[in-house]
Design a binder for this molecule. Structure first.
Ligand code: EPS
Length: 360
């Protein structure tokens, strides 16, 4: 059984869309829980005025009846309220009437750090808006909705996933950057508790849980680095200080006193908390723009200045949480299968009854 997520949608288009396939039938979804995650993603220090325009809520178009999944593809929609200001500029069909609102003029001065230049070259675009609209982190809204669905599934096998900002002093850095009309990035950490041993596999590189989590996190806009457990720090340690000794409690359940491996050994979850970190670069839309070149004239200029966040690190914590949750749910679907929720949970139960492990 394979859980998949397909998304579509532009930042200022009519809506963001997600299709989640491979869920078991009979999973109860809580609309408020999904909307609460969407709201969490919108909050955070340093966010753009755009967030005052949007009040993200999820709409369900398919795969759900009376609050329970049907075991068929789930279609989720998050509308872009801001689209009304871009109705001409982002009209899916050739727009009617005189140009009005935003997005009517082509973007020809690419922002260093955004997809503007690479996307324009790759797709042969005369207006970088055709690249930046999809490259935008706005799309993470619907990925968070899909992550909330994954968390609802994981809850049935005792797995919780939580993202938070790692490190101190973010608000101060944001205040300073705002004064300087600049932007900042930061680091987030996601911890998943209750993950049973045996998710992922060393059989092939694409099966490895650490590789999959790294890809899921790197797939989030602005992420430039990923660590599993102690990550880069492990390179400088001795083996005796790097690996987590295996102990047994009075009932014979196996556990570790340390978790430098971040809950993954050999590409397989080992029963400890799965702990990952993602590093976010500073956002590329700057109020004091960097140098760029006009792709139409070839002349030197300054990059596009648009409304922007000073930072979206707190939002990344929520987005990364969703990405990790989805990947863990995908790995759990592979291991435990089942067309009905009860089959899935039953397979998990008989497995954890068989192995010397318990949630701590
Ligand atoms: C983004 C630019 C900004 C952010 C946006 C991501 O959008 P706008 O240009 O409309 O102000 O606010 O993020 C969101 C809208 C969101 O909901 O997270 C970008 O270029 O990546």
């Amino acid at each position: 059984m394979s859980l998949t997520l397909t998304t579509a949608g532009e930042s200022h288009g009519p809506a963001l869309v997600a299709i989640v396939s491979g869920l078991p039938a009979g999973l109860a979804l809580d609309r408020q829980a999904i909307d609460a995650d969407l709201a969490r993603r919108q909050q955070g220090y340093g966010r753009s005025p755009r967030q005052k325009l949007e009040q993200d809520t999820v709409e369900l178009l398919a795969g759900l009846r009376h609050g329970r999944t049907l075991g068929t593809p789930l279609a989720l929609v998050v509308r872009n309220r801001d689209h009304e200001n871009w109705a001409w500029g982002m009209s899916p069909w050739p727009p009617e009437g005189e140009p009005s609102g935003k997005g009517t003029k082509p973007v020809t001065l690419p922002r260093p750090g955004h997809a503007d230049l690479a996307g324009s070259l790759k797709y042969g675009l005369g207006d970088a808006r055709d690249a930046l609209e999809r490259a935008s982190a706005r799309q993470t809204a619907v990925a968070v909705a899909a992550g909330a669905v994954a968390k609802a599934l994981l809850a049935h096998i005792g797995v919780t996933v939580e993202g938070r900002v790692a490190g101190e002093g973010l608000e101060e850095r944001i205040d300073e950057a705002r004064t300087d009309r600049d932007t900042v990035g930061g680091v987030v950490e996601v911890a998943a508790r209750g993950v049973p041993p045996g998710l992922g596999s060393y059989a092939s590189k694409e099966d490895r849980l650490d590789a999959r989590l790294a890809a899921a996190l790197m797939g989030i806009q602005a992420v430039k680095g990923v660590e599993i457990g102690a990550g880069f720090e492990l390179a400088g340690r001795r083996g005796s200080e790097a690996h987590d000794e295996i102990l047994a409690d009075a009932e014979g359940a196996l556990y570790r006193e340390t978790n430098h491996a971040g809950g993954i050994e050999g590409g397989v979850s080992n029963g400890e908390d799965v702990v990952v970190r993602a590093a976010m670069k500073p956002l590329p839309t700057l109020m004091r723009p960097l140098r760029s070149v006009d792709l139409e004239t070839g002349e030197a200029g300054e990059a596009l200045v648009e409304r922007s966040d000073v930072a979206a690190v707190e939002a990344l914590a929520v987005v990364a949480e969703a990405a990790v949750a989805f990947e863990l749910a995908r790995a759990a679907r592979e291991k435990f299968g089942g067309d009905a929720l009860g089959d899935f949970v039953g397979a998990w139960q008989s497995y954890v009854d068989r192995i010397p492990w318990r949630t701590r």
